[in-house]
Write a protein that binds this ligand. Structure first.
Ligand code: MF3
Ligand code: CO
Length: 258
């Protein structure tokens, strides 16, 4: 069932979204060669605590950390570890979710560790551009599939592939609600609901330099590219309104123009 949110409810989600934006900003600022992914987790947890918020992730199906940290060929759901030291040239995806008064927000960024290859830098630029293109199509009157079509077009124009095994999602009182939000063109036989006022979505392209296939590591969480190619992930939570998409996890919560 798809639940639509009132303006008061999206205001709560925006509060959670501002905490998520702060967590991601602080983690981004802390990323450098030598820092461990566990240190980033601690920084994020401290911001949640100060804000009186809780993590959407910690304890979710037993997930053991506050954020996800996914390095290089790790696509999503990497578990922070004191043994994982970042190295110059890595890229790291940082995914965070916060709950305030029962309302969730969820966002992710991928950032370079020191200087990275031009190939890696381009992957980050293109994946963020794909997210922006998807958000711009989250317009009342469009369908969910228009979002994925826009994401896919940007990724494939640069020769990259879009992960199929994981998708974006509705969000609200639960982190994962209907509808699913694929990052690819609608597939016949799959639901493709209309975008209506009050729909809140987490759009989250996962883009690989190589093929789209995925594998899950023995820790049962970390998802990697099957061909070990680099992968990037960007995510925002947004509300679909009569005035267009409103990003709830950007620092100012501004409407995004196409
Ligand atoms: N942010 C992820 C998503 O968008 C969820 C992380 S999975 C968890 O679906 F287990 F860490 F919570
Ligand atoms: Co998400």
């Amino acid at each position: 069932m798809i639940t639509l949110k009132t303006p008061d409810q999206t205001a709560k989600m925006r509060e959670a979204g501002q905490v998520v934006a702060t967590m991601l900003d602080a983690c981004r600022a802390a990323v450098r060669p030598g820092v461990t992914t566990a240190e980033l987790d601690r920084i994020a947890a401290e911001i949640l605590r100060k804000a009186g918020a809780t993590s959407s992730f910690l304890g979710y199906y037993g997930y053991p950390a506050t954020i996800c940290t996914s390095v290089n060929d790790e696509i999503v759901h990497g578990i922070p570890s004191p043994k994982r030291k970042l190295r110059e040239g890595d890229i790291i995806g940082i995914d965070a979710g916060a709950i305030i008064d029962g309302w969730h927000a969820d966002a992710a960024i991928t950032v370079p560790v020191g200087g990275v290859s031009s190939q890696a830098a381009k992957l980050l630029r293109v994946t963020e551009e794909a997210l922006r293109a998807g958000i711009a199509r989250a317009v009342v009157g469009n369908r969910i599939g228009d979002i994925g079509a826009a994401v896919q077009e940007v990724a494939e124009r640069h020769g990259y592939s879009v992960v199929r095994n994981y998708v974006g999602h509705g969000i609200g009182r639960a982190m994962h609600e209907e509808p699913q939000v694929p990052n690819y063109r609608p597939v016949r036989g799959q639901p493709n609901p209309p975008i209506t006022e009050g729909l809140c979505l987490a759009i989250e392209p996962m883009i690989n330099i190589g093929g789209p296939e995925t594998r899950t590591l023995a820790d049962r969480w970390t998802v990697v590219t099957a061909d070990k190619s680099l992968s990037a992930h960007f995510e925002h939570t947004l509300a679909c309104t009569a005035g267009g998409p409103v990003v709830l996890t950007a620092a100012v919560g501004a409407a995004v123009a196409a």
